[in-house]
Design a protein around this ligand. Structure first.
Ligand SMILES: CC(C)(COP(=O)(O)OP(=O)(O)OC[C@H]1O[C@@H](n2cnc3c(N)ncnc32)[C@H](O)[C@@H]1OP(=O)(O)O)[C@@H](O)C(=O)NCCC(=O)NCCS
Length: 188
């Protein structure tokens, strides 16, 4: 088994760290809200007992095998989980796909933007990705706004590419390439 240890890092307002089993109650509380499941692709609803623990264990396993890097977004004073950001990695092509949610009580404070930007930086520096992409339901413009705020470009719409709550929905595709990210950092 690999002994690769997932790092922790700080942003202006957060500590980003691996999830711990002790986060399960908050994960169930926040990710279990219908409004979070409604615009994400992989969060079940209802969010049953034990699912959060299973999810947390699977994130650690997948970090070790190099296919996923998920971080708990936490305020530090006092310590409070506020959300999750993750990169699902295709190592063969050096592509990472973003996923994220912020607990409803914390929306509208720029939290997603700050945490996702930090994850993208990590993806290009530590994971040596060449491309980071993200998809959002067209009816979820707040997520598209986060993508644009961190410098991603709209690539097009994947028509009726997902079946959500028994309805086929359109997904908008965004991406940023490593050279664009470097140019943005240089100009910042
Ligand atoms: C999408 C989500 C992560 C945003 O989190 P957040 O911390 O509130 O995001 P931020 O505050 O960093 O930025 C949100 C931006 O969207 C804008 N916004 C909010 N609602 C909007 C709407 N209906 N239409 C357009 N823009 C909207 C905000 O004004 C803000 O932009 P601004 O800084 O230019 O004003 C959060 O709503 C969430 O967790 N939703 C459920 C899960 C989800 O959809 N995840 C993404 C899956 S692709």
């Amino acid at each position: 088994m690999s002994s690769k240890k997932q790092p922790k890092f700080t942003t202006k307002r957060f500590l980003l760290r691996p999830f711990e089993l002790a986060d399960a109650r908050d994960v169930q509380r926040f990710a279990g809200e219908w409004i979070i499941a409604d615009t994400t692709l992989n969060i079940p609803h209802p969010y049953g007992e034990g699912l959060a623990e299973e999810w947390i264990k699977s994130q650690a396993r997948r970090f070790e095998d190099g296919t996923l890097a998920t971080f708990a977004v936490t305020e530090t004073d006092p310590e409070q989980l506020v959300g999750a950001v993750g990169l699902s990695i295709n190592p063969e092509h050096a592509v990472g796909e973003l996923g994220y949610w912020i607990g409803l009580p914390f929306w509208g404070r720029g939290y997603a933007t700050e945490a996702v930007q930090a994850l993208v930086n990590y993806g290009f520096t530590e994971l040596r990705l060449n491309r980071v992409q993200a998809r959002h339901l067209v009816r979820n413009p707040a997520s598209g706004r986060v993508m644009r705020k961190i410098g991603m470009s709209y690539e097009g719409t994947l028509r009726k590419s997902i079946l959500k709550w028994d309805v086929y929905e359109d997904l908008a595709m965004y991406s940023i390439l490593v050279q664009e990210w470097r140019a943005e950092k240089a100009g910042a």
